[in-house]
Design a protein around this ligand. Structure first.
Ligand SMILES: [Zn+2]
Length: 225
């Protein structure tokens, strides 16, 4: 009996480490344009099924009334330029065009990544229940990675992928299940175009909807209000 329990637990562990680890490799390969788009698309549809299978053992309940992702910020802090998905293709990786995101700004005039009023780091929250898929940490000036320190996460119920970019610290690990409202990171200035002085401190927040094959920019502004 105990052996059976151990082997079942081990099987679950394998599924977990497998699909999350596969996404991690896939995401970095797409980012760095190491695989052809047609191949990447094929890999995604296989990987997506595996992720759904893995997530079927977890509960993702809280998908309505999104938690605002930036601590202390509100709709007034959402960049007016806003959502420009034209030309965006996930499979263009670090060279993607368009701006399939909203930028959410904080008051940080001296650019020390602390809020000018509270003098504290600003938390980034999971807007809905999320599983953390992959992240990048250790970005340094001179790196071409546009997202800097970033997190990719997923909500299977909503078929949405979440991308949080220009972070400072990262509080989660790949495979973590985060309930809505969990602090997953703090906001930073990491990333090729976010680091220079001309750029005010902000979260670049993309959400992509999938049909299992394509990843389509999702305009979530209605969910934030
Ligand atoms: Zn942006």
């Amino acid at each position: 009996m105990i052996e059976k329990i151990i082997s079942i637990a081990f099987a679950f562990f394998l599924i977990k480490s497998d699909s999350i680890e596969k996404w991690n490799v896939f995401e970095k390969n797409v980012r760095d344009l190491k695989i052809y788009k047609t191949e990447a698309k094929k890999q995604f549809s296989v990987l997506y099924k595996e992720l759904l299978e893995f997530c079927a053992t977890k509960s993702f309940l809280n998908n309505d009334n999104w938690v605002f992702p930036v601590e202390g910020a509100s709709m007034n802090d959402v960049g007016k330029g806003g959502f420009l998905p034209k030309g965006y293709n996930f499979y263009d990786g670090n060279k993607h065009r368009g701006h399939a995101a909203y930028d959410i700004f904080i008051r940080d005039n001296n650019q020390d990544c602390l809020h000018d009023k509270t003098k504290k780091p600003v938390n980034i929250y999971a807007p809905v229940d999320l599983i953390i898929l992959s992240h990048n940490f250790g970005w340094k000036e001179g790196s071409d990675i546009r997202g800097g320190n970033y997190i990719w996460a997923f909500n299977p119920k909503a078929a949405l992928f979440f991308y949080f970019a220009h972070l400072d610290s990262i509080k989660v690990q790949n495979g973590d299940l985060c309930k809505k409202g969990t602090a997953i990171a703090t906001l930073g200035r990491s990333g090729k175009n976010a680091f220079p002085k001309r750029s005010p401190t902000h979260l670049h927040f993309t959400v992509l909807k999938t049909d299992g094959e394509n990843l389509i920019p999702y305009d979530y502004i209605g969910q934030l209000k």
